[in-house]
Design a protein around this ligand. Structure first.
Ligand code: CMP
Length: 147
């Protein structure tokens, strides 16, 4: 995994990239510019584990490019595929919202680029932008109900 540091002069480009995610569709250009400095960009290779089930949650992720697989332990110790998530999808919200350990593992199926928000910044975002919070919570609820 490689973390790409953004500088202040990248903020406009990062805000534009964030604005293309459905999750942030309700945010104005000004709100996106405020969010941009808190977002980290990470590059992963095929097979890299982003989240290990039962770990403590410290971050929230949005897929920019590539794909991840969400898996849980199944019968006889084999990993069971829960779902695949591609560009625009997010993950890692459950542990942060429910203050529980990670509910599943998440692994990259190929080269994958992720936007990352650390837990305190995720919490602040949800407080500051209720529409984003409502969307994240609705999808987390669907995921919980599908268990
Ligand atoms: P979290 O529990 O923090 O870490 C693992 C993540 O996998 C979880 O948050 C969700 O983002 C994701 N996840 C867990 N279960 C499902 C599901 N049924 N469908 C889609 N994503 C899921």
């Amino acid at each position: 995994m490689r973390a790409v540091e953004f500088t202040a002069k990248d903020a406009g480009r990062v805000a534009w990239m964030l604005g293309r995610f459905e999750l942030f569709a309700s945010l104005s250009p000004e709100q996106l510019l405020k969010l941009a400095p808190f977002v980290v960009f990470r590059d992963y290779e095929e097979g890299e584990v982003v989240i290990e089930k039962d770990d403590l949650g410290d971050a929230f992720f949005i897929v920019y490019s590539g794909e991840v697989e969400v898996t849980k332990p199944g019968l006889l110790g084999f990993e069971k595929l829960v779902t695949r998530l591609g560009p625009g999808a997010f993950f890692g919200e459950m542990a942060l919202l429910l203050r529980q350990p990670r509910s599943a593992s998440v692994v990259c199926t190929g080269p994958t680029e992720l936007f990352v928000l650390m837990a305190p910044d995720f919490t602040r975002l949800l407080e500051a932008e209720p529409e984003v919070g409502a969307l994240v919570k609705a999808i987390a609820k669907d995921r919980l109900d599908s268990r």
